[in-house]
Design a binder for this molecule. Structure first.
Ligand code: NAD
Length: 304
């Protein structure tokens, strides 16, 4: 937490949680972990599958492949046309499930409308499900068992820990109840003994609910929904939202939190871009290393 002095008036400015820096640290730790495993004869393998040519998905997949190669992984990249049938995609998943050099399988979502994404997710071997979306891994997470944890919520937890060393007893409010962010993040915060509230589009008086939060996470997809006056002074605010807008004639990424008003109230805050976004790929690589170690019965070199 900082204060800036403008004409003698002390103005509070939140500490910025630098996700890009935390992710860079994690990438170099992961690279060392891969080198350590290579000395023991194990090179993690990640297969990334893209169906169709959605521009945002293509960028995400390209970055995931690039980062996995940089980390020293075996990388398998499958780009299929948007006309690919569900049966053909399921056949590819079967082949990747059986491939010994593939430790992690990621099917980039969303899939074209004619393919049942739930069916595809459930077809991935849970041991290779590095996205943590398979029903078995979802169930294990809610039981508190060790499981592959979805990458974005895992990244959020690592950023929250940057700002808060003790989480037990804190009020955490998550705005957004999706299966990929809101719900798994609630499980992770519960595991840390937070008192967790999930708010959503039907929540009444959302500003009051948010004002109770010591930890406030916005995972909505609504441009600058959360404003400074919704935030408890000193709260840790994690902005998961990615909204593409045009401002001053330039295309920009903007979050679900109004950064200017929030930074005058929050204790710590993630920016967009440069907050949660960079953590997601780092956590995918981390999950793949963990999956490789579990599959081959090797102790993980990653500190939890
Ligand atoms: P989603 O559309 O699946 O879910 C949005 C949630 O927000 C829903 O639960 C809905 O009830 C809630 N909601 C919608 N409008 C609301 C309102 N006015 N008030 C309160 N709640 C409201 O979205 P998602 O997949 O969880 O993604 C959320 C955002 O996070 C999106 O902007 C997405 O692009 C971004 N995202 C970022 C990353 C990353 O790596 N940084 C990863 C995943 C998602």
């Amino acid at each position: 937490m900082n204060s800036s002095d403008i004409k003698g008036v002390q103005k509070h400015v939140a500490t910025i949680i630098d996700g890009a820096a935390v992710a860079a640290r994690l990438h170099s730790d992961l690279k060392r972990a891969v080198e350590n495993l290579a000395e023991r004869g194990l090179t993690p393998g990640l297969a990334v599958v893209l169906v169709g040519n959605d521009p945002a998905s293509s960028v995400y997949v390209r970055n995931k492949v690039r980062r996995s190669v940089e980390a020293g992984f075996r990388s398998f990249h499958h780009e299929l046309p948007s006309t690919t049938g569900e049966k053909d995609l399921l056949c590819l998943i079967d082949r990747l499930n059986a491939a010994d050099d593939v430790d992690g399988i990621l099917v980039q979502l969303p899939l074209p409308a004619h393919i049942d994404a739930q069916k595809v997710t459930a077809a991935i071997d849970p041991k290779k499900d590095v996205d943590g979306f398979h029903p078995i891994n979802v169930g294990k997470l809610s039981l508190g068992d060790s499981a592959s944890v979805p990458c974005t919520p895992l990244g959020c937890m690592l950023l929250i820990r940057e700002a808060r060393s003790r989480l037990a007893g804190l009020n955490a409010v998550i705005v957004g109840r999706s299966n990929i962010v809101g719900k798994p993040l609630a499980q992770l915060l519960l595991r840390e003994n937070c008192t967790v509230t999930i708010a959503h589009s039907k929540t009444e008086d959302l500003p009051s609910v948010c004002r109770r939060a010591d930890i406030l996470v916005a995972a909505v997809g609504q441009l600058e929904l959360v404003r400074g006056e919704w935030i408890k002074p000193g709260a840790t605010v994690i902005d998961v939202g990615i909204n593409r807008v045009e401002r001053d004639g330039r295309r920009k990424l903007v979050g679900d939190v109004d950064f200017a008003s929030a930074s005058a109230i929050a204790g710590a805050l993630t920016p967009v871009p440069g907050g949660v976004g960079p953590m997601t790929i780092a956590c995918l690589l981390r999950n793949t290393i963990e999956a490789a170690c579990r599959r081959h019965g090797v102790a993980s070199p990653i500190e939890s």
